[in-house]
Ligand binder design. Sequence first.
Ligand code: GRG
Length: 295
Amino acid sequence: MKELKKALADNAKAVNGVLDDILMMGVGPEARVVEAMRYTSLNSGKRIRPFLVTASANLFNVDEAAALRVAAAVEFVHCYSLIHDDLPAMDDDDLRRGKPTCHIKFDEATAILAGDALLTKAFEVLADENTHGNSSVRVELISALAKASGAAGMVGGQMLDLFAEDHPLQMPEITRLQRMKTGSLIAVSCEMGAILGRASEKALHALHAYAHDVGLAFQIADDLLDVEGDEKEVGKKTGKDAAAGKATFVSLLGVERAREQAEILAKQASAHLEIFEDKGSLLSDLALYVVNRNT
Ligand code: GRG
């Protein structure tokens, strides 16, 4: 676990450097949108999705610079989703990563534009020759991230989440919602590492199974933090699901069983990595870290 914490910190530092380089401050009045993009991206985010990209890519000895650019692209999509999720029309949150949310710091219109521009920036980065010299690899990356982010993935999951506000969902529907909303970006992070590494079907399948379990474990941990977490430590408002009367893994299973389920999923996730032998140890530790995090 000590090795993982160092690897996470090193990776976050490297990713932050790439995000900073890519998001160069603009000039003129339009620079305000770049300021809002930088405000939301360059901060204390855990960078779990970028880590999943680089750690998956490492399984196949991918060039580090390429993996970091792909990692930055995923983080841009994640940051856009956080900005839009925090808007008054959605979750209406004023705290994120321990700081005022983008629309509070700037204004709603700027926050919408910053989210839009982060989403498009992600695809600009993937389409760039500096990310990968082979155009078919770039197209595969673009296609995978587009599918995972859109109506069949994260955006669709967010739509289901809004639907859940007035429709009490049961376990199978909650699982599907979360697989789409949170799980698809986690899964595509691993998939893009595999695309960069021209992974075999067998390796891709193993990573996919790992990401599926990690995604659900991550969401259960997030639900637990909403119930038990300390607002200052978590860096965002807690107790929101219960206040909204939303069914979650925790409301359906109870705290104890939800925690047990998350731990089972983490162990199952690690088991899928056996084919990578020692090379999979950081990803395996990450599955446990995701369940036991307090932020
Ligand atoms: C608005 C299109 C659109 C999508 C929003 C992912 C999402 C869908 C909303 C985020 C809201 C949320 C709290 C989801 C639960 C799980 C989650 C994605 C938590 C935040 O991710 P972390 O813990 O955050 O990796 P950091 O700040 O560390 O990056």
